[in-house]
Design a protein around this ligand. Structure first.
Ligand SMILES: [Zn+2]
Length: 238
């Protein structure tokens, strides 16, 4: 195979490689998008969990003060029963003070209970709203995640088939030329660039006349000094 044919074939190999690269790029972006969307679901569920815990805490507090209130009521009954046994004014006054203290405790517990009932109600409303929100977020994000996952799965199939095409495109190429293509240190742009208007088709740097003529006659492999591409002459070169 002539060098000219080899270089033309390299252009075709590159075409397949560019397709492959853009697929690989998409493939590498999908997982991070999936992770992002999963984080959205976790955020919504985390905020629901936090509210649910707050509600449980305030309900626990309510039960605690209800028990305390019951105990204080029993205590008050016992104290009031002792009035019948009181013999002196001093005993009466002392008992009266205990009764007042028990009543004060009861009213303190009652107001705690009321406060907690109110805050539980508010939190319960928030929990209901947050549940709807979390459901929506979960459904919406999961739809996207499933979609991305399906794309990801089918991309692998496409990648496999392009790799088969790549192997076909590279078949029969001079191994040293293919190796050169695969290891060329391009600084930017294309690996193989066809000449356009006397310039490198990748970085558009004007080629010296001498170099242009070597490329046209495919005498040797010419590398663009500016971008590192292998420069070739195809049907549209001028
Ligand atoms: Zn160039």
């Amino acid at each position: 195979m002539s060098l000219k044919d080899g270089l033309m074939q390299l252009l075709q190999v590159q075409e397949v490689d560019l397709e492959l690269r853009s697929l690989e790029e998409a493939k590498s972006e999908y997982p991070s998008e999936i992770t992002q969307r999963q984080a959205e679901i976790e955020r919504a569920e985390g905020s629901l969990k936090e509210l649910t815990e707050r509600l449980a805490e305030s309900e626990r507090g309510q039960r605690h003060y209800e028990r305390e209130l019951e105990e204080a009521k029993d205590q008050l009954k016992k104290l009031e029963a002792r009035f019948s046994e009181v013999k002196t004014n001093r005993e009466y006054d002392a008992l009266q003070i205990e009764v007042e203290a028990a009543k004060a405790k009861m009213s303190e517990y009652e107001s705690q209970i009321l406060e907690l009932i109110e805050s539980s109600e508010k939190t319960r409303e928030q929990v209901d709203l947050e549940k709807v929100d979390a459901d929506e977020v979960r459904q919406d994000q999961q739809t996207h995640i499933d979609d991305l996952q399906a794309k990801l799965d089918s991309i692998q199939g496409e990648v496999d088939s392009i790799q088969t095409r790549r192997a076909k495109a590279a078949k029969g190429l001079e191994p040293s030329l293919l190796r050169q293509y695969e290891t060329v240190k391009r600084l930017r742009g294309l690996t193989v660039a066809a000449v356009r208007k006397g310039s490198c088709g990748s970085c558009y740097r004007q080629l010296p006349a001498q170099m242009k003529s070597i490329v046209r006659r495919a005498q040797e492999v010419i590398i663009c000094e500016s971008c590192g591409a292998i420069i070739v002459w195809d049907d549209e070169s001028a």
